[in-house]
Design a protein around this ligand. Structure first.
Ligand code: AMP
Length: 281
C-alpha cells in the first residue's frame, strides 16, 4: 500500500495508473477509520483494478469549530487498518493547501433543493463544504467509481447530484450502513462516547426499528410524538427525527404506497452528535 502526503507525488501516481488504463475505485474519508469505512473498500475491490482511500479532515464542512477541533485524528492507526485490510492500493493524505490552494473557502452549489433539508438545515454551509472537497478530490483522484455510505444518506444524494451538475464520468455507489453488533451505526464519533453512552446510544437503532413497525398502523405525526417521548426521558437529546421521501428528502406527513421513505434521526449524546437512518419497508 502506497501513501502519498502531497498533491504532486500523488498526481504522478494517478497519471501512471491512468496511462495503463486501469480502473480506479475511490472512497474519501476523514479518518478515525472503522469497519464501516473498510466496507466501502470491500465494495470498491469488487469492481476496480486499483482502490484508493483518502484521509482529510475537511475544515469547510464543519459549521462548529469545537466539532472540528474535537474530531478524532488517528492517522497512524488508520494507515495500519488500511494496510491490514489488504483492500487498498494507495492512500492520499493531502495537506490543506493541496485541496485549497487559493484559501480555505467553499464553493456554492445548487443541488436542486436537497441541500436545504435535514443536515443542510441543521448545519448551514455543510454541503457546500462537502461538495468543494469532493469535487477537488475527484479531480485529483480521477476515479471511475466512488463509494459513499448510506449512513450519510443525504450526502450520498448530494454527491450523485454533484457528479451530474459537473458532468463527471464517475459512477457513485451507495454502501449499506455498517453497524456494531448492538445495532449502533459505526461512526468515527463513537470513539468519543463512554461505555455507558455507547450502550445508551443503541436506543437509536432500536427506535428506528420500531418506527418501521409503527408505520404499518400509526400516522406519521403519532410516530414522531412517540419518538420524541422516547428521547425526552434519558440524557440523550433528540435534535431531529423525520420521515422523508427518499427522492426529495422532504419531510412527509403521510405515506403513500408507491414511494420510498426513510426515517432520519440525529441525537446528541453528551457533546457527541450521532446520525442514523433506516429505509422503511
Ligand atoms: P467520514 O470519514 O465520516 O467522512 O466517512 C467517510 C465515508 O464513510 C462516508 O461515505 C460515510 O458515509 C462512510 N461511512 C461512515 N460510517 C459508515 C458506516 N457505519 N457504514 C457505512 N459507511 C459509513
Amino acid at each position: 500500500m502506497q501513501v502519498f502526503y502531497d498533491k504532486i507525488s500523488f498526481s504522478l501516481y494517478i497519471n501512471s495508473i491512468k496511462n495503463t488504463k486501469q480502473t480506479i475505485g475511490f472512497a474519501p474519508t476523514m479518518g478515525a477509520l472503522h469497519a464501516g469505512h473498510i466496507s466501502l473498500y470491500k465494495e470498491a475491490r469488487k469492481d476496480n483494478d486499483i482502490v484508493i482511500s483518502s484521509i482529510f479532515v475537511n475544515p469547510t464542512q464543519f459549521n462548529n469549530l469545537e466539532d472540528l477541533e474535537k474530531y478524532p485524528r488517528t492517522i497512524e492507526e488508520d494507515l495500519k487498518k488500511l494496510e491490514a485490510s489488504n483492500l487498498v492500493d494507495a492512500v492520499y493524505v493531502p495537506k490543506v493547501e493541496d485541496i485549497y490552494p487559493n484559501g480555505m473557502q467553499s464553493k456554492h452549489y445548487n443541488f436542486g433543493g436537497i441541500e436545504n433539508e435535514m443536515e443542510g438545515a441543521a448545519r448551514p454551509g455543510h454541503f457546500d463544504g462537502v461538495g468543494t472537497v469532493v469535487e477537488e478530490l475527484f479531480l485529483q483522484v480521477k476515479p471511475n467509481n466512488a463509494y459513499f455510505g448510506e449512513k450519510d444518506f443525504q450526502q450520498l444524494k448530494i454527491i450523485k447530484k454533484l457528479v451530474e451538475i459537473l458532468n463527471l464520468n464517475i459512477k457513485i455507489h451507495g454502501v449499506k450502513i455498517f453497524r456494531e453488533d448492538t445495532g449502533l451505526a459505526m461512526s468515527s464519533r463513537n470513539m468519543r462516547l463512554s461505555e455507558d453512552e455507547k450502550q445508551a446510544s443503541t436506543l437509536i437503532y432500536k427506535t428506528l426499528h420500531q418506527v418501521n413497525d409503527w408505520t404499518k398502523n400509526l400516522s406519521v405525526s403519532k410516530i414522531k410524538e412517540k419518538v420524541e417521548n422516547i428521547f425526552n426521558q434519558g440524557e440523550m437529546v433528540l435534535e431531529y427525527f423525520m420521515i422523508a421521501d427518499e427522492e426529495t428528502l422532504k419531510e412527509v406527513d403521510f405515506l403513500s404506497e408507491n414511494k420510498n421513505y426513510r426515517a432520519f434521526i440525529v441525537v446528541n449524546v453528551g457533546k457527541v452528535r450521532l446520525i442514523d437512518n433506516m429505509r422503511l419497508e
